[in-house]
Write a protein that binds this ligand. Structure first.
Ligand SMILES: [Zn+2]
Length: 373
């Protein structure tokens, strides 16, 4: 049976891709306009929230827009409907359109904007360019009666515990004797009040990323038969999963900077790119940051990239790149439009799994302010 989800259910699925805790400090993300407390029949994905995008949403009867660039970024001082910004808010209110922004969290996410760009450029052995967040690992030890060890292990694994490399559901198990004395008021699963019990138990150990702690512990408690569950959570010194801005990877075959510039135009569907560097240089290792990556030219240089792909390159930053011997290809900020198809594809898959009857559109409005003549 298919169902119409509400906004919270839609965003919960979306945040599995781009959790909020990945966002850079001070970024304006999350629900910005309207409410999630309503049924969502139609979602539209947009890079920028321009008035034309809102008009498209009205025409398509959209309930929720997921946008990459937050429509409200600086403090809003007034809402004047003679201006586009004011009319955007007015139209959203009138037509009950909610806007949710996923900005740097979607850039940083595993399988987010920068991975889509790296994929479009055909990069291999892709790694994070600028680490911003480490999801530390923790260890869980829980004591379970043997009858329920299988169920608890399965619940832990399904909640995301025990992932090591390409293996899931990793645990270690040892048998032992648990003891307990149910006190007055207890409702023991095994034994009776006032009598010291000894039970064959399994000590299950597993690791999990700290970001999943709530989910893992609650799944474990749900599968565990005891009224009071004995478990320990330990912080670990192991290296956690690294998240960050931008990606670095290798082209399948080396090429000249000039050929690479042509490759970028084709791969990211832009009419022109700006290039810093000697067009005859050979490039193989490529760093990429969608949007404005001016701040990270040194990261690109020190990571050993032969060329750095990013948008909005400033004149003086281009000089800096030249002086440090870093080639740059600037295809513009609008290449982040890959997020429209990327998020739409992701949500369609998730909705299909959940049998949610919600349409997903990628906005068709071209929001690139520049024309090349
Ligand atoms: Zn951007």
């Amino acid at each position: 049976m298919s169902k119409i989800p509400n906004g919270y259910e839609v965003i919960q699925l979306f945040e599995q891709l781009a959790p909020k805790h990945l966002a850079m400090e001070g970024d304006k993300i999350g629900l910005q306009i309207g409410t999630l407390n309503k049924p969502i029949q139609t979602v539209m994905i947009a890079l920028d929230v321009l008035e034309e995008v809102i008009d498209e949403a009205i025409e398509k009867d959209v309930d929720l827009i997921i946008a990459h660039h937050p429509p409200i970024f600086r403090p809003l001082k007034q809402v004047i409907t003679d201006e586009a910004q004011g009319r955007i808010l007015e139209k959203c209110m009138k037509h009950d359109i909610a806007i949710y922004a996923a900005h740097t969290n979607l850039d940083i996410a595993n399988g987010g904007v920068n991975d889509w760009l790296a994929e479009a450029l055909g990069l291999e052995n892709v790694e994070v360019l600028v680490p911003t967040y480490e999801d530390k690992l923790k260890k869980l030890v829980v004591y379970v009666p043997e009858t329920h060890a299988v169920a608890v292990r399965e619940a832990l694994g399904n909640a995301g515990a025990g992932h090591i490399g390409n293996y899931s559901h990793c645990t270690f198990n040892s048998r032992g004797i648990g003891t307990f004395l149910p006190q007055d008021g207890a409702n023991p699963f095994i034994g009776e009040t006032g009598k010291l019990e000894q039970v064959e138990e399994v000590r299950i150990e597993t690791i999990f990323p700290a970001s999943l702690q709530k989910k893992v512990i609650s799944a474990m408690l749900k599968a565990h038969p005891y009224e009071e569950v004995a478990y320990d959570v330990y912080p670990l010194e192991n290296k956690g999963n690294i998240f960050g801005l931008g990606r670095i990877g290798r082209l399948k075959a080396e090429m000249t900077l000039e050929q690479f510039a042509e490759h970028v135009k084709k791969a990211l569907a832009v009419k022109a790119v700006r290039v810093v560097g000697n067009l005859n240089d050979i490039v193989k290792k490529v760093a990429v940051i969608g949007g404005d990556g001016n701040k990270y030219i040194s990261h690109a240089k020190f990571s050993g990239a032969d060329v750095y792909v990013t948008g909005d390159l400033y004149y003086h930053v281009a000089h800096d790149a030249m002086m440090m011997g870093l080639n740059v290809v600037d295809p513009g900020h609008n290449v982040e439009k890959v997020m429209k198809q990327g998020v739409a594809r992701y949500l369609q898959e998730q909705f299909a799994k959940k049998k949610f009857h919600t349409k997903v559109y990628a906005s068709e409005v071209n929001t690139d302010p520049f024309t090349f003549v």
